[in-house]
Design a protein around this ligand. Structure first.
Ligand code: NAP
Length: 188
């Protein structure tokens, strides 16, 4: 059964933003389309900066692949001082105090290293690392945000060989900027 919502109460949430046609980055890796503001969806909700900040404060730890890490350093670090684990097989200079590098078994990362310390663990990409987490059944919740754009080409979300598996829809939120967030829990 997928998921790691164990006795510690720790949960892994996979969060990514996808285009309508299922890409999470353009072919050249750019993600500037995430910031594009299209037309306003009047019935959508808007989130104030304070609300967004409060929400982000509830995240105890971020996990990301090394390519997402490189990109985040280039674009402007979005994870603040929250503890962040970068999964990589390479050696990296210590660019930020709150970043730790991890190489090895991903189930051990979650079960032995993260779950005992953190409750609300967010896996934020990229495609390769999300795919591995899903294959290993380490994800409790998928929060998929759909951006109102067709990219035509790029880095495919979940492009590999996942097994068929049903997930339960838990929430849908449509925002004024035309983005829609779908939240799914691993089916029990
Ligand atoms: N739209 C969105 O929401 C979103 C979110 C996140 C990222 N992105 C974009 O996605 C792109 C990056 O995604 P990506 O799929 O190319 O790469 P990624 O998943 O971010 O990183 C892949 C790297 O992670 C490491 N890794 C993955 N699995 C591992 C394992 N089991 N053990 C050890 N290391 C492992 C490897 O690092 P080493 O090569 O260092 O060993 C691998 O090369 C960027 O363009 C980024 O901007 C978009």
């Amino acid at each position: 059964m997928p998921g790691n919502a164990d006795a510690t109460g720790s949960r892994v949430t996979l969060h990514v933003v996808s285009s309508l046609d299922g890409f999470i980055a353009r072919k050249d890796n750019s993600v500037s389309w995430l910031d594009d503001s299209g037309s306003v969806y009047e019935a959508g909700v808007s989130v104030s900066e304070e609300e967004a900040a409060t929400f982000v404060k509830g995240i105890d730890c971020y996990v990301l692949g090394s390519r997402t890490y490189e990109h985040a350093l280039e674009l402007g670090w979005p994870y603040g001082d929250t503890p962040t684990v970068v999964v990589t097989g390479r050696e990296w200079p210590q660019a930020r105090e709150n970043v730790e590098f991890y190489s090895g078994d991903l189930s051990r990362l979650v079960d032995e290293k993260l779950a005992p310390q953190f409750r609300n663990i967010w896996l934020v990409g990229g495609a390769m690392l999300c795919q591995r987490f899903l294959e290993l059944g380490l994800v409790d919740e998928i929060r998929l945000t759909i951006a109102p754009i067709l990219l035509g080409d790029g880095l495919r979300l979940f492009g590999g060989s996942l097994m068929e598996e049903r997930w339960d829809l838990k929430n849908v939120a449509a925002y004024k900027n035309g983005f829609v967030e779908l939240s799914y829990a691993a089916s029990s």
